[in-house]
Every structure is written in C-alpha cells, then in structure tokens.
Design a protein around this ligand. Structure first.
Ligand code: ZN
Length: 281
C-alpha cells in the first residue's frame, strides 16, 4: 500500500488500483479537521462514502472537486458528520448538475431498510417541498437518487450484505455504534461498515467490537478504524485499541479522531489517517 498526497483536482478514475482518498478524518465535533468522509476509486468508478456537514467545503479543499463531480454514494449512518452535506449534494445535482451540466441523477448504494430511515427521519424535512408542491406533489427519495441495492448475505450473528459495483466488491456489515447500551449489532441503530475488495476493512462508526476484528482482522491487508482519544461511549478509545494484538495494530490506521491528534502517541499503530491523502492498494 502506498500513501500519496492528493493532487488537485483528484482524478476519479485510475488504471484499476483500489484507492481510498480521505477528504476528512475528524470527529463530528472537530473544529480543524473535516468529518471522516472518503472517496473510493477503482478503474472507471468512484464511490463517495458519507458526506457530513463539512462535506461541501472539505470536498473542495481536500480534492479540488465540486459536488457536481460526484456520481455515486454510500452512506454509513445518519449522524450529521456523515449525512449533513447530503441535502446540498442532492439539491445541486437535481437543480444544477442535471439541468445545466447534463449529469445523471446521483446513484446511492442503499438497502430498502436504510433508505426509509434516511429519507423519512432525516432528508425529507428539507427536500420534499419543491417546485410542484403547490400542485400537491412532494418529492421522494427516488426523485433525487437512483437506489442500487446490495444483496443480503446474512442477518445473524451480524447483518451482512454484498454488492459488486462496477468492479468494486463491497461487503457491507452492521456495526454496534449507538446507543451506548446496545449489547450487539442487532440491538443497535442501523450503522454500516465496509470490507472492500476482500482486503480493506473500514469499520465506519462502531464501539470497540472484538468480534468484528476477530472476523475481518486476519483477512484484512489494512484496517481503517474509528477511534476517540478520550473515553467515549460510542467509539473505541485509543487505549482500548492499544490492547489489541500487535499484528492487528501494525496494519491499523486510526480515523475519525479529535483535533488534539498531535499530542497522541500512536507508535503502536500503522498511523493516523491523513486528511487530503490517498491510500493506494
Ligand atoms: Zn456516528
């Protein structure tokens, strides 16, 4: 794996390598780092994973791209640092990119179950009222996004789905992120992580979950794991992750971390994910 600074504008195609470009690597509450959102690129395709409230600015500052360049999306869960920029992205696509630039409708890899949650509980408030509301017609999820469905592999012991998307293989699994007293993934609010091309684990947001690491850890070439430098009820603390076996830590990059990252000792790990950098496999 090679790490390189993003040269602007970031190219959304490559010769076929798997590439992960972090437009941000910070927490929901950071003031300096952008939200932990990234773009997967492989061959002719790209997939923006999450677009939080810092998304529109982060995309421009970290990659030199504009939201009109984005065609494909995957959302891990409904916290604002993961979906806060979606309304901006979707409105721009519908009222500018499609009409002025002739771009296609945004495509989103999403389950039926999560589509309902995302639309009904988050996006609908700002996005259903529109030019035809006077005629009693409100917009729906499908007016903004073309849904691409993954296939269910199993519901238990952990929700797992998969999809082959234009040469990119994604295994999508459920994580135990919130609430803090959910004992396992099935009790938790729907939150997804990704295992990409059978070699890269991106936990998404999760509490410390040894079962997840026991299952995917040995199969992973590299692990991108969320962390918190302080004790945190819904993310693993860096001290919890430090207790993991050496062979896991040396392939683990920490992400979703606080602005006080310079004060941390992370020698045990492969390193901290760097905002504005590409990880190329
Ligand atoms: Zn979260």
């Amino acid at each position: 794996m090679r790490i390189a600074k993003i040269r602007k504008p970031l190219k959304l195609q490559n010769k076929g390598d798997l590439e992960i470009a972090f437009i941000g690597c910070g927490t929901a509450f950071g003031k300096e780092l952008y939200n932990n959102n990234f773009i997967i690129i492989k061959g002719e395709t790209h997939l923006l994973v999450d677009f939080g409230m810092t998304g529109p600015r982060a995309l421009c500052m970290s990659t030199g791209l504009s939201v009109s360049d984005i065609g494909n999306l995957f959302i891990t869960h409904s916290h604002a640092d993961h979906i806060g920029g979606l309304e901006y992205l979707a409105l721009q696509n519908r009222y500018y990119s499609q009409t002025v630039l002739n771009k296609p409708k945004l495509r989103m890899i999403i389950t039926k179950e999560y589509q309902k949650i995302l639309w009904e509980r988050s996006l609908r408030g700002g996005m259903e009222w529109n030019e035809s509301s006077a005629q009693g017609v409100q917009l729906k999820f499908e007016d903004y996004f073309e849904a691409v469905r993954p296939t269910l592999i199993s519901k238990s012991p952990r929700l797992t789905l998969e999809i082959d998307f234009e040469g990119l293989h994604l295994e999508i699994f459920g994580t135990n992120h919130i609430p803090d007293n959910a004992k396992n993934q099935n009790e938790a609010f729907l939150t997804y992580g990704l295992f990409i091309d059978n070699k890269v684990l991106i936990t998404g947001d999760t509490k410390f979950d040894i079962d997840l690491l026991n299952y995917y850890g040995p199969k992973s070439e590299v692990i991108f794991h969320d962390t918190s430098f302080e004790n945190n009820p819904v993310h693993p603390s860096i001290n919890d992750l430090k207790k993991l076996p050496k062979q896991l830590k040396k392939k683990m990059y920490l992400m979703h971390y606080g602005d006080n990252w310079k004060e941390q000792k992370v020698d045990d790990f492969a390193g901290l994910v760097k905002q504005g950098y590409r990880y190329i496999f």
